[in-house]
Design a protein around this ligand. Sequence first.
Ligand code: ATP
Length: 537
Amino acid sequence: MEMDKLVSLCKRRGVLFQSSEIYGGLNGFWDYGPLGVELKRNIKEAWWRDMVTGHDDIEAPPGAPEAYEMCGLDCTIIMHPQVWKVSGHYDLFVDKMVDCTESKKRYRYDQVPGRWVEAKGQKVFVTTLAEANHAQEIEARALKFFNLRAKDAADLAWQGGLVSLAKIDPAEYVKVLAPEAKALGTLTAPRDFNLMFKTIVGALGTEEDAAFLRPETAQGIFVNFKNVLDSSRVRVPFGIAQMGKSFRNEITPRNFTFRSREFEQMEIEFFCHPNSSLQWYQYWRDRRFRWYTEMGLSGERLQLREHHQDELSHYSRGTADIEYAFPFLPAGEFGELEGVAHRGDFDLRSHMEGKLDPNSKPDLKVELGEDGKPKWKGSGKDLTYRDDITNERYTPHVIEPSAGADRATLAFLCEAYHEDQAPDDKGEMQTRVVMKLHPRIAPIKAAVFPLVKKDGMPEVAQKIYRELKKRWNVFYDEKGAVGRRYRRQDEAGTPFCITVDGQSLQDQTVTIRDRDTLKQWRVKVEEVSAELAERLK
Ligand code: ATP
């Protein structure tokens, strides 16, 4: 599937719009249209239902060491600034960026691919911002730079494969052709760029009033750990879930909604005994992977990638990414949908004691500032847990499955897009665009049509529509040829179309048409709701 087709369908059918489009748009911000908002809500609701409210806390699910409880939270986007100092985001949540003195553009250096090439006795690192066909783009730029024609491409001596600018020693930046520059050596040395959006709380507007928009929802859960323990009857092991907006001032937002500056996360912090934390990690990794497959992401485009030992922070006993082969990525590359991390007691201990130094081996120690005092103080509150049966007191370990609602939505959209051949109103085969979304997440569950706008058919159809509307988001349409109406619903991913025709008036049956198989069958009017309920499961 070509990404352009999906992007244009999203705009044409009201799934996604560029934010503030009438003013030229704002890079990295996206609005969900009438269809998109339903799709994303359904995804979030499916997640909440499957992970939280629908979770059976009496019996251990397959693969889990024991039964566990789940509950939810909804925390604020702006929190006490100390939260981010202690969590490490204030000091460490940075990307390296480089500035181009010619184009005045700023780039994240690990996201600028390029390749060394030599011609006319000069060696140059040619970069590109192209999202696909990197090799072609780089060759075109190299030819232009060396003043060569396409037929002289053989004069370009390539050295090594495609690597990111992050792999280039800044001392060699004099030989770099920046993505939007004509001259060499226009990039500045890489600098840290904090990704948190800053804002001011209160009227004084001084630096002491600076606060941050949360870059993740997780911290709200950690700082409420004690509140949840004290106000509910949960016992370890248990999980707290939260979904909501997060903000990151990404240097190069791109790939549609994949890397946005405002996005939604769906996160769980699962608290367990240190002795069983590895088993819980494995359970959550597999459970979360399975969730995507249950919701319709196919095997070959979805993968679970366990991080290598040397990729892990030393307090972590495992991290895995659930990844999807998005069509905008080069062949064979995957993009992260969700990270599942074993975080040990790092977060709770940090909020108790102060910012822990993730590099202090073998045990985590509070990080000291230049004055030898703790760099950022913790809350000083006791965030340990006492098991009232064994009387043991400990700091629970945390497993964190952290997903993005927008990336999940994008993956489901990519997976759903299909083109096939189907007969039109005249019986001629035409290319049909159909979004094969899982019925649980489809924005519209069913559409109800009168075959024609006369003979009492609209009245029957409207009655069915109103009945179904009590339970689901259904759509009524009486305009135009019925084949055209089917096509519009196929594009919207509506799993079923219900049509009232001449026979309906005789025998009180209607046809139901299946979006994917195109099969039609007749059902009694009074059984439509039950039939739909069964098929939408
Ligand atoms: P990446 O490496 O792609 O920037 P990350 O590892 O920083 O992602 P996490 O901090 O683990 O991401 O965030 C958890 C989830 O939140 C990600 O798996 C992703 O689904 C989502 N997410 C993170 N950053 C963004 C973003 N800029 N736009 C959309 N979703 C995001």
